[in-house]
Design a protein around this ligand. Structure first.
Ligand SMILES: *[C@@H]1O[C@H](CO)[C@@H](O)[C@H](O)[C@H]1NC(C)=O
Ligand SMILES: *[C@@H]1O[C@H](CO)[C@@H](O)[C@H](O)[C@H]1NC(C)=O
Ligand SMILES: *[C@@H]1O[C@H](CO)[C@@H](O)[C@H](O)[C@H]1NC(C)=O
Ligand SMILES: *[C@@H]1O[C@H](CO)[C@@H](O)[C@H](O)[C@H]1NC(C)=O
Length: 470
């Protein structure tokens, strides 16, 4: 009678959405359920080899929306227009996926909220649907609470989240276009059976689980941190693209460093900071004098970049003078964060980076760029107090758009020192971070996330079996 469930997962075509959703899919598969990931051929290539699930691919209709062939995800896109074309192209997958679902109906579909058309598809075929977007529940609650608030056009400056469990002041009002894009997607997500969250209840907080259920009237299932499903260094290194530098090289370098002595800097897969800003970061690293691993976007990584080009973003002689690794391209972040040499993480506060840092107990220096990142920052610095802010108040519409304001080197240096100088504040923040890392590891073994997963599986079985009876 205990027949395994058949589940389909449809990630959005961006590494930051796909990697955690596939980790979550792997959690279901590890409990013996049949899991299929639905994606496009080039995206399927980066899925970890050691997976216990099936992959079903459909060709992305790029040409129909004017996208160059071979572009199948946000990582390969550097402007907002192509970002929208990609979004349109994914909508054209509707028909193909619907046909597949008709022929092979699953017990449940988990789809990214950037694929709102899955709602209609699932309803039509009476299949329970769950939404995912890779945000924290704290952030979803903040966005929901702002949904009903009309924003003054072109307004800027700090604002308080209305009717919220904590008094949270966000550094800057979101751009109107950003809210206009996000709000309808959130509204459609509310029609699903629930949100699947890559976090754990202790990190988001019971207040927000309750707020979401009682005030927003929807259910959230905390199944994370999803990255902990990857246990070995090999499995961790296999998440995402192939690393540009061998994993062994990182480990050898990190092994030669003292505990808590290395600063790690990464802005995720799709943030391109302007040259002038990179120059300020480099100057701050140099002034602080700490060892570092700095991931810069691939477009800076061109082997034959001229000296002249390079000096636009890196002070002359920087690499000779400083002890650190500059990484052009993809870095095995979970492996790096997990090393005891790590002292702090300067991050754009993308939720995957945050959960990975929390799971590793690494304190954060927060530098949000767009979207959910400004809310995540507050959960880190104000609510859980496991990081410090660099002090950004410019909210970009998308990661590709250049910021206008520059964060000056002395601001960056000051934030770095606050976490790396072993003073009282640094020690307390590190202790709190390590406490969360312990909880994170426990929740997946036999704590809240483990129980949420069991409860969700039971609910899905109930839904399936009641359908059979009808
Ligand atoms: C993104 O798509 C490109 C092709 O456009 C592929 O080469 C790459 O591996 C994909 N990367 C991720 C992170 O999805
Ligand atoms: C908002 O800014 C845009 C562009 O800067 C401008 O075209 C528009 O008139 C402004 N709207 C208001 C209400 O000030
Ligand atoms: C780098 O060099 C290669 C081979 O010489 C050339 O094909 C390529 O266009 C160069 N790239 C840039 C960005 O200059
Ligand atoms: C998830 O776990 C938390 C803590 O144990 C619990 O309060 C919550 O109700 C669970 N959520 C669901 C949807 O079962």
């Amino acid at each position: 009678m205990d027949k395994p469930l058949k589940l389909y997962f449809i990630p959005y075509l961006a590494a930051g959405h796909m990697i955690p959703l596939c980790d979550i899919a792997a959690l279901f598969a590890s409990r013996g359920h049949f899991v299929t990931i639905i994606t496009t051929p080039l995206n399927a290539k980066i899925l970890p080899k050691s997976n216990n699930f099936n992959v079903q691919t459909f060709q992305l209709p790029s040409q129909e929306v004017g996208l160059p062939e071979g572009i199948e995800n946000i990582t390969s896109i550097t402007n907002i227009e192509d970002g929208f074309k990609l979004y349109q192209a994914t909508a054209l997958l509707h028909e193909h996926i619907e046909k597949f679902v008709e022929q092979h109906p699953p017990d449940c579909i988990v789809a990214d909220f950037c694929l709102p058309w899955v709602d209609e598809l699932a309803n039509k075929h009476h299949i329970p649907r769950f939404a995912f977007n890779g945000f924290s529940l704290f952030t979803i609650c903040a966005m929901e609470s702002l949904k009903s608030q009309p924003l003054p056009e072109n307004a800027s400056g700090p604002f308080v989240i209305p009717n919220f469990p904590h008094d949270i002041i966000i550094n800057s009002i979101p751009p109107i276009e950003s809210k206009a894009f996000m709000d309808p997607l959130l509204t459609i997500a509310l029609k699903s059976h629930g949100f699947i969250i890559n976090s754990f209840v202790e990190l988001d907080g019971d207040e927000y689980v309750e707020y979401y259920e009682k005030i927003i009237g929807h259910k959230a299932w905390h199944l994370g941190p999803a990255s902990l499903v990857r246990k070995t260094t090999q499995e961790k290194a296999e998440r995402g693209e192939k690393s540009t530098i061998s994993v062994q090289k990182y480990l050898t370098w990190l092994n030669s460093k003292q505990d808590n002595s290395v600063l790690y800097i990464s802005f995720g897969t799709i943030c391109y900071l302007p040259d002038k800003q990179l120059f300020e970061i480099a100057s701050a690293i140099e002034a602080s004098g700490y060892d570092f691993i700095w991931v810069v976007p691939e477009k800076k990584g061109i082997e034959n970049e001229s000296e002249e080009e390079k000096e636009k973003w890196l002070p002359k002689g920087f690499e000779e003078r400083n002890k650190g690794m500059i990484v052009r391209g993809w870095a095995p972040q979970v492996v790096i964060l997990g090393h005891p040499a790590l002292g702090a993480f300067l991050t754009h506060c993308g939720w995957n980076s945050v959960v990975e840092a929390v799971s590793a107990g690494v304190p954060m220096i927060t530098w949000p760029v767009h979207s959910d990142q400004f809310y995540n920052e507050k959960l880190i610095t104000q609510v859980r107090r496991i990081g410090v802010e660099v002090g950004v108040d410019e909210w970009n519409m998308a990661a590709f758009r250049d910021s206008k304001k520059l964060v000056k080197r002395d601001h960056i240096e000051k934030a770095v020192r606050r976490l790396m100088d072993d003073g009282d504040e640094a020690v307390q923040i590190r202790q709190r971070s390590q406490k969360f890392a312990k909880i994170a590891r426990r929740v997946q073994e036999d704590g809240s996330s483990h129980e949420n997963l069991t409860a969700l599986i039971d609910e899905l079985k109930r839904l399936r079996d009641s359908k059979v009876l009808n």
